[in-house]
Design a protein. Structure first.
Length: 266
């Protein structure tokens, strides 16, 4: 058994495992941008395979997709053209290396921001976002909600199994989530097996458990005004967000959605 990120290394497999034919996350992000009057220049930080960046491009925006994975970026350029795709680390990035022009919005979906495990990394991300944005620019993020795991164990410690077929082979993923309270991380162990004779692959990853008030504090420190912070509806909630849905007012469920505006002075 090897330790690897099978999905990051195989973007087509990622899209097969997590299909999004309706571009739900991209549509939700576009709705947020439109409701708050964001300008056309958008940075999709942690863009992955490029599906959401391409949707925002198709909505008429000028999009730059940024990711740390060269494999993901190559897939995005080949399969989801339109945006400019560049390599960047969300822990800290230089806006000048992303095209030089300030952005009207930064979008960061699917818990990408939670790969900032330490306070220094989160500070680096938010400082970079502020520098990348025009005054009044938006930060739109969607992520797991750390507060959900206060006393709740329904998503923890019990393996969940998913099976699907890709390129004629049957794949099976067994995923276990555990909480590391000392590090304030949600740790994920996922073991992949397939019927093509290949050896099992174990993938380990983790997300920062951010709480709603903690997130508000970090945003305020970096000169952002929170416009929305709620648990749904969103692209990964149940029920999922639909066109016309307005943001909720609670932050109790397992996802957080935030829209914050860069203040003109800080």
């Amino acid at each position: 058994m090897t330790d690897a990120n099978l999905l990051t290394d195989n973007p087509a497999l990622y899209e097969a495992r997590f299909p999004d034919p309706d571009r739900l996350a991209g549509r939700w992000a576009e709705d947020c941008l439109r409701r708050h009057g964001a300008g056309p220049r958008v940075l999709d930080m942690g863009c992955g395979t490029g599906r959401d960046a391409a949707h925002l491009h198709s909505a008429g925006r000028t999009v730059t997709g940024a990711d740390l994975s060269e494999a993901m970026l190559a897939h995005a350029r080949a399969h989801h053209p339109g945006p400019a795709y560049v390599r960047a680390d969300l822990h800290g990035f230089d806006p000048r290396e992303l095209g030089g022009t300030p952005f009207d919005a930064v979008v960061c979906l699917d818990s990408s921001v939670l790969y900032c495990h330490t306070n220094d990394q989160l500070d680096g991300f938010l400082a970079s976002c502020r520098h990348a944005l025009t005054p009044g620019g938006l930060l739109v993020a969607e992520m797991r909600n750390g507060a959900y795991f206060l006393g709740r164990t329904d998503l923890l410690d019990t393996p969940s199994v998913n099976t699907f077929t890709w390129q004629g082979a049957a794949y099976r993923s067994t995923t276990t989530l555990t909480v590391d309270r000392t590090a304030q991380l949600l740790r994920r162990t996922r073991v992949w097996t397939s019927d093509d004779g290949s050896a099992p692959v174990e993938q380990r990853s983790a997300w920062r458990l951010l709480f709603p008030r903690e997130l508000r504090h970090f945003l305020a420190v970096h000169g952002f005004e929170v416009l929305e912070l709620h648990d749904g509806p969103g692209p990964r909630t149940e029920p999922v967000w639909c066109e016309g849905d307005l943001p909720g007012h609670t932050a109790d469920a397992d996802r957080l959605h935030v829209v914050a505006r860069r203040t003109s002075s800080h």
